[in-house]
Design a protein around this ligand. Sequence first.
Ligand SMILES: Nc1nc2c(c(=O)[nH]1)N[C@H]1C(S)=C(S)[C@@H](COP(=O)(O)O)O[C@H]1N2
Ligand SMILES: [Mo]
Length: 169
Amino acid sequence: MKKLLILFLLYGTFAYAQGPLKQTLSFSITGQVKNGSVITMDSLNSYPVKTIGDIKVTDHLGTFKHEDDQLKGVLLKDILSHTVLAASSPKLYSRFYFACTGNDGYVVVYSWNELFNTEVGNHVFILMEKNGIKAAKMPESIQMTSTTDFKTGRRYLHNLDKIVVGEVQ
Ligand SMILES: Nc1nc2c(c(=O)[nH]1)N[C@H]1C(S)=C(S)[C@@H](COP(=O)(O)O)O[C@H]1N2
Ligand SMILES: [Mo]
């Protein structure tokens, strides 16, 4: 019985790790903010869509995986500019970070300074389209990318589910 239970648990783990990800068609912004919000496909479509071009996706060690073409997206900082941080002074923004999480638990972090106070922030997008396919039609659904990263795979987040705003104590 014990062995059966272990087999059952193991199977569950593998099925979870390898199964296709569920689409996300909206994501929440919560945490250390004045007002939380939910960003839907409709809200994403209300932002200016920028042409990004092609991107070579490497794995987390830098080995070339594949190329995605005709990327279009909205800037993450445009979306986050409507989120008011729960901070008593703008000086404290330097402690803030955005933990962007996929629905499988994969997390990618951006600091407030990185997005709003460096060139990187001009290249972090929520994808609206890639390879001629709209985000809502892809298994990866809401996808985020930081196109000037050295190893592009690491922050090529699939199935964005939530952005939790945090403050380092
Ligand atoms: N939700 C989610 N996104 C993820 C990952 C993951 O495990 N879950 N892995 C990352 C890593 S390590 C890599 S290399 C790329 C691979 O992108 P690809 O699946 O388009 O080749 O996805 C990134 N995005
Ligand atoms: Mo990877």
